[in-house]
Design a protein around this ligand. Structure first.
Ligand SMILES: C[S@@+](CC[C@H](N)C(=O)[O-])C[C@H]1O[C@@H](n2cnc3c(N)ncnc32)[C@H](O)[C@@H]1O
Length: 304
């Protein structure tokens, strides 16, 4: 990974408050265990008719599962991948061609030097609280007439995991661990999402929910890496395995697993929209940090 590639150097500054900065992920384990995500991403890409010469942003590209598919679909095009996790961008840079423009950025402060024709995203937006701001930033990087196709966790997503955690929160030691915290997920509904997309200036807006159960053979590794990372951030390292194991056992006890495996009741929220051809120029982003400060903060010790 070159410094420029990871840092998104040469782009405009972005503003972000450290208290809501995206967290880092265990990218190597994610790449191994999150097998369903590539298929979900393929479904999103199949909704697009690409000529092959477009510029496309993968918003929250992670380890590059969707980005790699874009590279194949865009032999004459330009592929940009943005993610808030330095480890994910490092992992993506190992598997993707050098021509892919990979940047560590927080999507709620997204800025690109050049607009793109299409924005795609998979399994990202439910990690972000402020969808109005997120959609406004996505609109801002799309050229007029550009398409936006995405999927994330939606209303009812992994309800069995949420219920397991709720049960654990009534008992020691987990009762005090998450006091005053609503959890990391924003599983939005279809109607509210359509309203938000219209508020952000999109047209031809459509959002819909779709149940997609996932069976994970290594339930512990899957829960730890793909599902519970933000919970673990709030626990001492020595409690991580116990918490993940307690969630896994709760799922098995509730009939959502057997042995080491778990079956998770995923519900995906699909988003489809277009920026109008006569869209006005976006409002400039208010900047309160230099690009160097933001890049250093997001990259953190992982790249130090
Ligand atoms: C479940 S992974 C999905 C990665 C990839 N899209 C895929 O389908 O494999 C979620 C990704 O969202 C990223 N993410 C979460 N919140 C973010 C934010 N505010 N800005 C940028 N990336 C974010 C995480 O760093 C992580 O890589």
């Amino acid at each position: 990974m070159t410094g420029d590639r990871a840092a998104g150097a040469g782009h405009d500054p972005v503003a972000a408050s450290p208290d809501r900065a995206p967290r880092d992920w265990e990218a190597g384990t994610y790449e191994r265990v999150a097998t369903a995500h590539a298929g979900w991403g393929a479904d999103v890409l199949d909704r697009l008719e690409l000529r092959g010469d477009e510029a496309v942003l993968d918003a929250g590209c992670g380890s590059g599962k969707i980005t790699a598919q874009l590279v194949h679909r865009l032999p004459e095009g330009r592929v940009v991948g943005v993610d808030g996790s330095p480890s994910m961008i490092a992992q993506a840079s190992r598997v993707l061609p050098d021509a892919v423009d990979l940047q560590v950025q927080d999507l709620v402060d997204l800025v690109l030097a050049d607009p793109v024709d299409v924005v795609v995203s998979g399994a990202v937006f439910h990690w972000i609280e402020d969808h109005d701001r997120l959609f406004a930033r996505i609109a801002a990087v799309l050229r007029p007439g550009g398409r936006f196709e995405a999927q994330c966790g939606g209303a009812g997503n992994i309800a069995s995991v949420a219920a397991a955690i709720d049960r654990l929160r009534t008992r020691a030691p987990w009762d005090v661990a998450f006091t005053g915290w609503d959890g990391p997920w924003h599983f939005a509904g279809a109607e509210e999402t359509e309203e938000r997309l219209r508020r952000a200036g999109f047209v031809d807006v459509r959002a819909w929910l779709e149940p997609r159960a996932v069976h994970a053979e290594d339930g512990h590794a899957y829960l730890r890496t793909v599902v519970l990372g933000s919970h673990l951030e709030r626990l001492p390292v020595e409690a991580h395995d116990d918490f993940v194991e307690d969630v896994r056992r709760e799922l098995v006890a509730a009939g959502a697993g057997e042995g080491d495996a778990v079956t998770l009741d995923y519900v995906r929220l699909n988003l489809s929209a277009r920026r109008p051809a006569d869209a006005p120029a976006p409002e400039p982003l208010v900047l309160d940090e230099s690009p160097e400060t933001i890049t250093d903060r997001l990259r953190g010790p992982a790249d130090a």
